[in-house]
Design a protein around this ligand. Structure first.
Ligand SMILES: Nc1ncnc2c1ncn2[C@@H]1O[C@H](COP(=O)(O)OP(=O)(O)OP(=O)(O)O)[C@@H](O)[C@H]1O
Ligand SMILES: [Mg+2]
Length: 406
């Protein structure tokens, strides 16, 4: 025998299981009550459909056993009203009927009944059907409960995600802002650093011009040459300042397609006079083919100028005939443009710190050249590193080839 377990519903909402009996024959009500009475269910009996409906509106039952043939309102009509009612539509209804005709059953099922119990009532049948539908109802309630709970959980998670999203956007905005500030200060430092070279060149050229002018007769031709040099250095200083304005105003670089061979040539030319003063020679060794990168021309010039100046500093004590700097350009692995600046100086003393800001071994050094250089190379998606050689040092940098970037 199947037992009715009120817990199936009770564990969800902790209410007693309510069964409604509707029949105009008092004996039937008594009989059913007796059959179900000792199962721990709350049983409510009603002699008419209208009374049952009113009671159900006040307190929704878990199951209705409904007689079909009743005066006033028959069972079909009661069932239809339950199904139309927003709070009662889900209540399972079992019809009680002596009718065994299939057409009546079809009508009942169409109206939304879940089952039929045939009169005269058999204890086993009543028990089995009531038990089954209460269990189904219990399971459905539980499912609803879990779904509701799940929905709450989903809503909660969505809210959390939205919060996290908002928070991360805020963080991103902060980081972007911070980056802009960092970039600006790196650029300012870079520009201040790079302005020193043309300004120093202008000063020493002006001093040389003075000496030539003091000669008797003044060495006008030399002075003319020097003035040309001064003009070139002045132009370069202007370009650097222009860059500064662009950078700080728009905070952007001017990326274009560049043959890196040309930069090496430019830099060898820019620093020719400086090298001469230091009794050094600069050799540019371009690759046989064009080595194209997407880069900011002035920044790449600054990178190479920094490396060559460091190399010349390192060669202060190198015998004059060996004071050479080589700027070699090559394409490697069909993916990178590689530039190697090699000097014949003392080599790196603390190679592991060389790229740190403010690390310098020079009495008047700022210790910014290599850190700025590295920042510029990294900003171009490249890599930079240094190596000591048996004589002197080499600094390498690689940038993605323009053809590889597509
Ligand atoms: N080619 C090189 N050979 C040997 N040591 C080098 C070379 N290049 C850099 N270094 C070492 O790395 C240090 C850091 O170089 P970096 O260019 O950053 O600063 P700096 O040259 O000292 O000062 P500045 O800011 O004026 O360039 C140098 O002080 C030097 O000790
Ligand atoms: Mg330097």
């Amino acid at each position: 025998m199947t037992t009715i377990n009120p817990q199936v519903i009770g564990d969800v909402d902790a209410q007693a299981v309510r069964v409604m009996l509707v029949d105009d024959t008092p004996e039937n009500l008594t009989l059913l009550k007796n059959m179900l009475g000792d199962r721990g269910l709350d049983i409510f009996a009603f002699p008419s459909g209208s009374l049952a409906l009113r009671a159900a509106e006040k307190s929704v039952p878990d199951l209705v056993l409904l007689d079909i043939t009743m005066p006033e309102m028959d069972g079909y009509e009661v069932c239809a009203r339950f199904k139309r009612h927003p709070q009662l539509a889900e209540v399972p209804i079992i019809f009680l009927s002596a009718l065994t005709e299939t057409s009546d059953k079809v009508k009942g099922f169409k109206l939304g009944a879940v089952d039929f119990i045939t009169k005269p009532f058999q204890f086993e049948e009543v028990h089995a059907r009531v038990s089954t539908h209460l269990q189904l109802r219990g399971l459905r309630k539980r499912l609803e409960y879990h779904n509701r709970h799940l929905q709450q959980l989903v809503d909660e998670k969505c809210r959390e995600l939205a919060e996290a999203h908002k928070e991360s956007r805020k963080r991103l905005a902060e980081i972007a802002h911070m980056n802009r500030n960092i970039t600006s200060s790196v650029y300012s430092a870079a520009i201040a650093h790079d302005l020193r070279q043309p300004l120093a060149a202008i000063l020493s050229n002006a001093e040389a011009a003075e000496l030539f002018l003091e000669q008797d007769p003044p060495a006008v031709e030399e002075v003319k040459e020097i003035l040309a040099d001064i003009r070139r250095d002045d132009q370069r200083a202007n370009q650097i300042l222009q860059r500064m304005r662009n950078m700080l105003n728009k905070n952007q670089t001017e990326i274009e397609e560049i043959d890196i061979n040309e930069i090496a040539e430019d830099v060898a030319k820019f620093l020719g006079a400086e090298a001469k003063m230091r009794n050094a020679r600069i050799f540019s060794e371009p690759a046989p083919e064009a080595v194209k990168v997407l880069a900011d021309r002035i920044q790449l010039q600054q990178v190479m100028i920094n490396l060559v100046l460091n190399g010349m500093d390192a060669m202060a004590d190198t015998p004059v005939e060996k004071r050479t700097i080589h700027i070699r350009v090559q394409a490697v692995e069909q993916a990178y443009a590689e530039v190697i600046v090699t000097d014949a100086g003392v080599g790196f003393e603390h190679i592991e710190h060389a790229f740190e800001s403010f690390f310098t071994t020079k009495p008047h050094g700022l210790g910014m050249g290599l850190s700025i250089t590295a920042a510029l190379i990294h900003a171009h998606g490249g890599q930079i590193w240094a190596e000591n050689n048996p004589l002197g040092a080499s600094v390498y940098f690689r940038l993605p080839l323009e053809s590889g970037a597509r």
